[in-house]
Design a protein around this ligand. Structure first.
Ligand SMILES: NC(=O)c1ccc[n+]([C@@H]2O[C@H](COP(=O)([O-])OP(=O)(O)OC[C@H]3O[C@@H](n4cnc5c(N)ncnc54)[C@H](OP(=O)(O)O)[C@@H]3O)[C@@H](O)[C@H]2O)c1
Length: 238
């Protein structure tokens, strides 16, 4: 296993259920942790819980390309390159077509797909230059298997799958690794606004989901874990 000691790790979406637990695990492993989130108050609360200096904490809307670039610049002024980028930002708008608005669709693509593209554009060149780094994305099982009502979400996440797989081809001559983790239902605030009867008590816990990300971050550099699929027992789809 690779040690996380002093590794420069950025968690995007650190205010979320999975992201915040990953941040705690990274801090416990003595990584040098950088946090971003959209909700300033939640971000500050987490930063003070984990004693992360304010210079390493950034309020950032992932749909704003200029803001993502500015954050990357500020981070690169401090450390020149990230060892690990964890993209744990995302939204879930799950509604049947007749209830899905144009805005819902745009927002799904803006956050889940275009936001991820902005992260790649802003952080990958520095990794490519030093020929090392790891990016972890969370397309989820709904980027592999369709579900009724998930057209906007799946469109954005199937897109993320295509984006990452194609970029992975471009990285073949470097040691920059991209891992996609395909989680089934995880009990996080992600589901709070979703009007669907789900059995959250049978979901993966956010702590366990975060542990799988933390585990992936420690995989030896000689190999690439391209994909990992984790689902609740009774929700296995693929
Ligand atoms: N929960 C599941 O069942 C599940 C399953 C498979 C895959 N996933 C994926 O896993 C990732 C994390 O999900 P989660 O369950 O931890 O969800 P969550 O608790 O709802 O957290 C989502 C995170 O995304 C951030 N975010 C949303 N819109 C943003 C924007 N415009 N700019 C910047 N950040 C934004 C949120 O920031 P603020 O709170 O600061 O706004 C929050 O930190 C997502 O990509 C999700 O699609 C989740």
């Amino acid at each position: 296993m690779e040690s996380l000691f002093k590794k420069n790790v950025l968690i995007v979406g650190a205010t979320g259920g999975i992201g915040s637990e990953v941040a705690r695990l990274m801090k416990n492993s003595l990584a040098n942790v950088f946090l971003t989130g959209r909700n300033g108050a939640a971000l500050q609360k987490l930063a003070s819980e984990l004693a992360i200096p304010s210079s390493q904490v950034f309020e950032m809307d992932i749909t704003n390309a200029a803001a993502v670039e500015a954050t990357a610049q500020k981070i690169h002024e401090q450390i020149s390159v990230l060892d690990i980028l964890i993209n744990a930002a995302g939204i879930g708008i799950i509604r049947p077509l007749e209830k899905l608005t144009y805005e819902d669709f745009d927002r799904s693509i803006d956050v889940n797909l275009k936001g991820s593209f902005y992260l790649f554009k802003s952080f990958l060149p520095a990794m490519k230059a030093v020929k090392k780094g790891l990016v972890i994305n969370m397309p989820g099982v709904l980027s592999k298997t369709p579900m009724a009502g998930a057209s906007a979400y799946s469109a954005s996440k199937y897109g993320l799958n295509g984006l990452t797989k194609s970029i992975r081809e471009e990285l073949k001559r470097t040691n920059v690794r991209i891992t996609n983790i395909y989680l089934g239902g995880v009990d996080t605030p992600f589901w709070d606004e979703i009007d669907l009867r789900v059995q959250k008590n049978k979901f993966i816990t956010q702590k366990e989901a975060a542990k799988s990300v933390w585990f992936l971050c420690q995989q030896p550099r000689s190999g690439v874990v391209s994909e990992m699929i984790i689902q609740p027992f009774n929700h296995q789809a693929i």
